[in-house]
Design a protein around this ligand. Structure first.
Ligand code: UDX
Length: 453
């Protein structure tokens, strides 16, 4: 089939590349000419494992092209996907101006039997709005609209696309349903193609993300309780996760969730609830708690460190496997540390380029050890695999202090403790020697057991 993908951002590029791999002819369209030129020259503007190779293979096979002309790209398309940005409004609701602008640009030029598919994450009711707008832009001619939310995780987006838990097809008419069933036929033997209304598809996307975020928010609160009571949250997560009604996934406590989806989508779901008079108090509370947690963790580190410490933050991306810094808890923690007067050195294997532009006041280093030279404490803020294999003997030689804050519970704790480090993990009391406060106010650590992370 011929596909026009409007928006060559993260979702548009990954979806476009994967659909071209199924043998479709895909044209990714972006209004940003520089981005289109760069894609045509083979430069992929985001880091996603495997994406660059997949794009190259499909461009070479003649199935994937890039253009800045929506009009040309949609002219002979069977399916026109909308994968443009849906930024938040100040009240948390979703700004649909780019979606509606894209509809105005493509609708007049679409074939009469083409299907317009909303891929961007949008609040419920948006597909109906898109349909009305498209019909108006086509001078009253009808148009098939579908909703096909994505469930891709950054860092594993290609596997998620090729082996999904389900594909959700929101269609209110037979043409849209048939076209999308055909599109996803290569996955039909692997997974469930769930066909439902556009309104349900939109609700499924928000409800799924909010539910996963609630699991994280819940286990983070339980982690605080474990620290206060002397429990171990890893054992608690395991113990509750083995109940198949709960499940083990998304029960890793940490510094709070971040990224481009969970924070935005939970705020948007809460705003939709308010707008329709169907409040979502659990999600409202979750949004607040998650923001509070990021700042609170920064403050708790400060309380252990004492004034004017030198702190190394390992990891800036909101999670491993991506260079995405959007709503990253690591950055909220860096801000809190800087505000409290500490000196901060950051290392992230992928996010340095973006990070240096975004974070002022901290120094960036190209290796964990360079970043740790002279440091009083190391904070592991992102679960990059290399931080699970830190050489503590080397760190001990380079650092002036012996404190590790493992906000992802990944470091080799025996190796750290053997080198004389005090280890603060999430959901567990600190382990290791309790050291006397140093003179001069630096790295003051009074009673560590009394101030769990
Ligand atoms: C998420 C959804 O998983 C995906 O289906 C949707 O399409 C987009 O949003 P993503 O934001 O890429 O994907 O990352 P994900 O792996 O879900 O993690 C989100 C956040 O939760 C990260 O900050 C991560 O560190 C945090 N997290 C996740 C935890 O703190 N604990 C967990 O157990 C799992």
């Amino acid at each position: 089939m011929k596909i026009a993908m409007i928006g060559a951002g993260y979702v548009g590029l990954t979806t476009g590349a994967c659909l071209s791999r199924f043998g479709n002819s895909v044209c990714c369209v972006d209004i940003n000419q520089a981005r289109v030129d760069s894609l045509r020259a083979g430069n992929i503007p985001i880091y996603e494992p495997g994406l660059s190779d997949l794009i190259k293979a499909n461009v070479d096979a003649g199935r994937l092209t890039f253009s800045s002309s929506a009009e040309t790209a949609v002219a002979d398309a069977d399916l026109v996907f909308l994968a443009v940005g849906t930024p938040p409004l100040p009240d948390g609701d979703t700004d649909l101006q780019f979606i509606l602008g894209a509809v105005d640009a493509v609708a007049p030029h679409m074939r009469s039997d083409a299907v317009l598919v909303v891929k961007s994450t949008v609040p419920t009711g948006a597909a109906q709005l898109v349909r009305k707008r498209a019909v108006a832009a086509r001078g009253g001619r009808a148009v098939s609209v579908a909703s096909n939310p994505e469930f891709l995780r950054e860092g594993s987006a290609l596997e998620d696309f090729m082996a999904p838990d389900r594909v959700v097809i929101g269609a209110d008419d037979g043409v849209a349903e048939d076209r999308l069933r055909r599109l996803y036929a290569p996955l039909a033997d692997l997974t469930t193609l769930l066909v439902t209304s556009t309104a349900n598809a939109e609700l499924i996307k928000y409800a799924a993300n909010a539910f996963l975020a609630l699991k994280i928010g819940f286990i983070n609160d339980i982690a605080d309780l474990c620290e206060a009571t002397g429990g171990d949250c890893a054992a608690v997560s395991k113990g509750i996760g083995l109940d198949s009604r709960i499940g083990e996934a998304f029960l890793r406590p940490g510094p709070g969730f971040g990224g481009s989806c969970f924070p935005k989508d939970t705020r948007s779901l809460a705003a939709t609830g308010r707008r329709y008079g169907a409040p979502q108090p659990l999600v409202e509370a979750l949004v607040e708690r998650n923001l509070e947690r990021q700042v609170a963790i920064g403050r708790r580190l400060s309380a252990v460190l004492g004034a004017g410490s030198r702190v190394t933050v390992l990891g800036a991306a909101f999670k491993a496997g991506t260079d995405d810094l959007r709503e990253s808890p690591a950055l909220a923690i860096v801000d809190a540390l800087l505000e409290d007067g500490h000196t901060v050195h950051i290392h992230d294997p992928k996010a340095r380029e973006v990070g240096e532009r975004l974070v002022t006041g901290a120094k960036w280093s190209s290796s964990p050890y360079e970043a740790a030279a002279g440091a009083d404490a190391v904070v592991v803020a992102t679960e990059w695999p290399e931080f699970a294999a830190l050489d503590f003997e080397r760190l001990a030689r380079m650092m002036s202090g012996r404190l590790i804050f493992d906000l992802r519970n990944i470091v080799d704790r025996n190796a750290a403790l053997a080198e004389g480090f005090t280890l603060h993990s999430v959901g567990q009391r600190p382990q290791g020697p309790v050291r006397r406060p140093r003179s001069g106010g630096r790295a003051a650590m009074a009673d560590l057991a009394a101030s769990p992370l």
